[in-house]
Design a protein around this ligand. Structure first.
Ligand code: PLP
Length: 488
């Protein structure tokens, strides 16, 4: 009989089996819990699985093999920039000189870590054209919140208290309106044109003295470069608002153009997309925020500064928008991003954007016969299909996503952006080879063909994964995280 390590760990349990032996107690009379007050001691034995260490190792190794990550296969998840994470980043992030540094040590003992922070912030200023960065926020959405807090404080400190609205395009990432709401701002939506860019004519009547600013994503979530930025910048600044740049996907323009040069006042960058770091499933991340000259004092406390002798110190500005994190951001991610930038070097960083754009356009052009491309023309780092070109098959975007799993590919982002009914958003990133892209294109074509010739096989996919289609809402809303819950 085959020993099945798919079984839950409680089902592998066998009474009396142990994975670890504790040393014999050396103190007479006492018990293992002698330091614990009587009323807090447990009365019955804990219900834990009894299992050997070896079985635990096999169980979790087998579980991990069922997972899919960017190290397993192609992961073209639009908007998420699932690029290769070089192993040198991990070595640097795991270096004990950093991992064993307590975040509360005096600054004299943390000069190396502060130098990494300072240098990465300076590199981000260089690639973005903004004056100064904080690395304190822990994620993209956290960066958005921080940036909007800065925007609010800018108006409040000028005594301009009416500006409580922020303009967000209808194509924006869901975190944009969410962050604005958390910041206490009202959201005003601006529409997109048929070309997928912000509609300047729709924007004009929205601009008045209650507008704090506009949040823009460029390239936007359709992967299209916002060509009207100079005009939008003029209009919004004229009405007294600020321009916020959602730079989660800076990948597309890295080395080509800079938000600071486009007229943006505040931005965030997702280190965990553009500058590698394994992410997904909620973390880890880091969302640095940059500001143009004149807004530096509003950055969150503490700020890392360098004195004339090259010594690093922390500064707290009383005009700052406040504290957004304990300590100084997610240091492991900061270390990976810094390593990534140094490994690429100034010349190669300039290749990131152009290669990401080339790969996306190659996949788009190769597949636009089989899949419906609602917006023609050159995209940036990602693009969106609106389902299959042949709408008669009844095969949906969800079916296609599930069928791709059978072929060993992670599904692209689906049903986002909301502008189309059957959105499939594909982002190959610059780190994939032409061979990988060609194989993916062939599989996407095959699925399109199956949809016509044998739609049932696509509609009932996946067939080869450990679990079939899940009730995703229930799985997310009511997860069963204990053995008792699963059995009960
Ligand atoms: C990923 C992303 C975000 C949010 O970043 P998190 O780190 O997941 O909070 C915001 N905006 C855009 C455009 C994104 O792609």
């Amino acid at each position: 009989m085959i020993r099945n390590y798919d079984k839950l760990i409680f089902e592998l349990s066998k009474e009396g089996r142990v994975g670890y032996s504790l040393p014999k107690k050396e103190v007479d009379g006492g018990c293992m819990c002698c330091g614990i007050p009587e009323n807090l001691r447990r009365e019955s034995k804990p219900e834990l699985p009894e299992i050997t260490e070896f079985d635990v190792v096999r169980h979790y190794t087998n579980l991990s093999n069922k997972n899919f990550g960017v190290d397993t296969g192609f992961y073209p998840l639009g908007s998420c920039t699932m690029k290769y994470n070089p192993r040198i980043n991990e070595e640097m992030a795991a270096h004990t000189a950093f991992t064993q540094l307590h975040p509360a040590v005096p600054v004299e003992c943390a000069q190396g870590a502060l130098e990494v922070y300072y240098n990465l912030a300076a590199s981000l200023s260089e690639v973005s054209g903004l004056a100064e960065f904080t690395l304190n926020p822990y994620a993209g959405a956290h960066g958005e919140l921080t940036g909007l807090m800065i925007m609010r404080q800018y108006h409040i400190q000028r005594g301009d208290l009416k500006r409580t609205k922020v303009i967000v395009p209808d194509s924006a990432h869901g975190t944009n309106p969410a962050s604005a709401a958390v910041c206490g701002l009202q959201i005003v939506e601006v529409k997109s044109t048929a070309n997928g860019t912000v509609d300047v004519e729709d924007l004009k009547p929205l601009l008045d003295d209650t507008i704090a600013g506009i949040m823009m994503t460029n390239p936007n979530t359709l992967g299209i470069f916002e060509t009207e930025i100079p005009e939008i910048s003029r209009l919004v600044h004229e009405c007294g608002g600020l321009l916020y740049y959602d730079g989660a996907n800076l990948n597309a323009v890295l080395g080509k153009c800079r938000p600071g040069d486009m007229g943006f006042d505040i931005m965030h960058i997702n280190l965990h997309k553009t500058f590698s770091t394994p992410h997904g499933g909620g973390g880890p991340g880091d969302g640095p925020v940059g500001v143009r000259a004149g807004l530096e004092h509003l950055l969150p406390n503490p700020q890392v500064k360098k004195d004339e002798n090259g010594k690093f110190y922390l500064q707290c500005d009383e005009k700052s928008a406040g504290y957004v994190s304990n300590f100084l951001g997610n240091f492991g991610v900061i270390m990976r991003a810094y390593t990534y930038i140094l490994t690429l070097g100034r010349e190669n960083v300039k290749m990131v954007g152009p290669l990401a754009v080339l790969n996306a356009n190659y996949v788009k052009e190769s597949l636009k016969g089989e899949y419906y491309l609602p917006i023609e023309g050159i995209c940036k780092h990602e693009f969106v299909f609106d389902g299959l070109a042949d709408k008669s098959t009844g095969v949906t975007t969800l079916d296609i996503a599930k069928r791709l799993l059978d072929y060993g590919y992670h599904a692209p982002t689906i049903y986002f952006p909301l502008l189309f009914h059957q959105s499939i958003m594909i982002e190959p990133t610059e780190t994939e080879s032409k061979e990988t892209l060609d194989e993916f294109i062939a599989v996407m074509k095959k699925v399109a063909q199956e949809a016509i010739e044998n739609p049932e096989v696509v509609k009932s996919a996946p067939h080869s994964t450990p679990v079939r289609r899940l009730d995703e809402t229930t799985a997310a809303r009511f997860p069963k995280t204990t053995y008792k819950q699963m059995k009960g």
